[in-house]
Design a protein around this ligand. Structure first.
Ligand code: NFE
Ligand code: MG
Length: 558
């Protein structure tokens, strides 16, 4: 048995360390460690609850908007108000656009090169690459032979200069790369196109959100972008951009994932990277204006053991967090603590003396969230599976269409490839939905032009906000005492997926997904990157703690 460590894993946000135990080339055990230590939850104590949205948004600059959104819902939940319809729709539009932009960046710039060998693209025949593009799209994005020849020239210049820039240090030539040179050229070409196209998403966030990253037009009770909403030119600016984003998703992203799916189907069918098999979605994008947000675009639910015949109802009170293997202290570490009562008390131990994770030791700054005491995977695959199993027509059509196109059964979804494909399908789902929300907004404003619900802040209250960030289920819980925040807890997608073992020794989602994977070359652990990247790690989101340094309310980052 040999141990292998990848630290840090690149092309992600923050510092993630993965340690695996190998039996020959096969991974037999794995440990995921969040190695970054930050602070947000503790900063919020003692503050006005209305500060929570702006401060929690600073958790992360990647999912730049979601914490703002969820914190706003959480404070509104504590007050017992809902925003007017126009504000709800604007929030959906911002959240959805951010998801599309984030997923595009993820597939092309953070994950694509785990499937695509850019160096192999140099031996592609551009004319054949054009033909290949037409196999997966009627009207492929920017895929004529002349353009692809020019891209090939650009890539060759990169390589000849000896400065691969963003492509440096890849495991090029690894036998786990299976696309033909033409496929590699095509996706590499879209990699470059996506750098430009994703900006349209940022521009929509800036138009509706005032700025980007870190939008600023949400307030507890509603939104402040009133003038923009009533200005037809601004509405047109939004519509043009989200339509263009949708076009890229349909003509580049989906066909590129189909191309990859056709070549890597065996990996999916073998269940490589399957992981836990339990999936959790909180649900998101309220379509109704009742206080309970009873109608959602993305439904909530729990799938256990990969059983798509049964979706269990989601009950937020079943969420707890363990710290048995995390650098925190609980009075009783054999038990989890519910998010509403969450405790943040630092207990750093370092790893074992030999620099490796020790079996019973602490090894991560991430807590270990559990649902009904079971580990869960959250994210696009969880959302797509829950929606599919619940029979949401758009998702049924997208998933069934893709499976029949590739000639594979639904079981292929329970894999690294399935996780990557589900993200693409979800992007299409949301991108196709966004233009209709612009129409809904214009219509809603004609009936009711309120953008804000007045309220009185309670002295004592509890509340929580739940939604779906690009990487998965996101929740914020707060308790207000004497008009101030007494406790604030965030349980974020990457904590669910990247968290360590719990008291019973159950592995987290990253860890479980690696076990059983065979590495073609242990010195080039491409398969580990492929599976970990398929979750789209964000460690900035997953850890946010400070330690009090004394009796004053100053806090010191360790
Ligand atoms: Ni920093 Fe985040 C998302 C949140 S991470 S990116 O999506 O919430 O888990
Ligand atoms: Mg937390």
């Amino acid at each position: 048995m040999a141990r292998k460590i990848i630290d840090p894993i690149t092309r992600i946000e923050g510092h993630l360390r993965i340690e695996v135990e190998l039996d020959g080339n096969r991974i037999v055990d794995a440990w995921s460690s969040g190695m970054m230590f930050r602070g947000i939850e503790a900063i919020l104590r003692g503050r006005d609850p209305r500060d929570a949205p702006l401060l929690t948004q600073r958790i992360c600059g990647v999912c730049t908007h979601v914490h703002y959104d969820v914190a706003t819902w959480a404070v509104e939940d504590a007050i017992g108000i809902k925003p007017p319809p126009a504000a709800r729709i604007v929030r959906n539009l911002i959240l959805g656009t951010q998801l599309v932009q984030d997923h595009l960046i993820h597939f092309y710039h953070l994950h694509g090169l785990d499937w695509v060998d850019v160096v192999s693209a140099l031996s592609a025949d551009p004319r054949k690459a054009q033909d290949l593009a037409h196999q997966f799209a009627d009207d492929p994005w920017n895929a004529d032979a002349k353009h692809l020849a020019a891209v090939k020239g650009r890539l060759a210049a990169f390589v000849e200069s000896g400065q691969l820039g963003p492509f440096a240090n890849g495991y090029w030539g690894n036998p786990s790369y299976k696309l033909p040179p033409e496929g590699n050229l095509l996706v590499a070409s879209h990699y470059l196109d996506a750098l430009d196209v994703q900006r349209l998403g940022g521009q929509v966030l800036a138009i509706l959100g005032g700025k980007e990253p870190h939008t600023q037009t949400l307030v507890v009770g509603g939104v402040t972008c009133v003038a923009d909403l009533l200005n037809p030119k601004r509405i047109g600016d939004v519509l043009f951009r989200i339509r263009k984003l949708g076009e890229f998703v349909r003509r580049a992203y989906i066909p590129d994932v189909l191309l990859a799916g056709s070549v890597y189907a065996d990996e999916g069918l073998a269940g490589t990277g399957r992981g836990i098999g339990n999936y959790l979605a909180y649900g998101a994008y309220p379509l109704s204006d009742d206080l309970d947000r009873s109608k959602l675009l993305m439904p909530s639910g729990v799938i256990l053991g990969g059983d798509l015949t049964r979706v269990h109802p989601f009950d937020p009170s079943k969420i707890t967090e363990y710290v048995t293997h995390s650098w925190y202290r609980y009075p009783d570490e054999t038990r989890g603590i519910s998010s509403a009562e969450g405790v943040t008390d630092v207990a750093y131990t370092d790893l074992g003396p030999d620099g490796h994770v020790q079996g019973d030791g602490k090894y991560s700054w991430l807590k270990a969230p559990r649902y009904d005491d079971a580990p869960m995977e959250v994210g696009p695959l969880a959302r797509v599976l829950v929606a599919y199993a619940r029979g949401v027509p758009e998702v049924k059509a997208l998933v069934d269409g893709t499976l029949s196109r590739l000639g594979v059964p639904a079981s292929v979804l329970f894999s690294t490839l399935g996780r990557t494909a589900a993200r693409a399908l979800e992007t299409r789902w949301v991108a196709d939905t966004l233009p209709g929300w612009v129409d809904e907004l214009v219509a809603a404003l004609k009936v009711d032009d309120r953008t804000f619900t007045p309220y009185t802040l309670p002295r004592e209250a509890v509340g929580f906000g739940l939604s779906e960030a690009p990487r998965g289920a996101l929740g914020h819980w707060l308790r207000i005492e004497d008009g101030r925040i007494a406790n604030y807890q965030c349980v974020v997608p990457t904590t669910w997926n990247a968290g360590p073992r719990d008291a019973a020794g159950n592995r987290g989602a990253y860890e479980e997904s690696l076990v059983g994977t065979e590495l073609a070359d242990p010195d080039q652990p491409l398969e580990i990157l492929r599976t970990i990247h398929s979750f789209d790690p964000c460690i900035a989101c997953a850890v946010h703690v400070l330690r009090p340094s004394g009796p004053s309310r100053a806090y010191r980052v360790l």
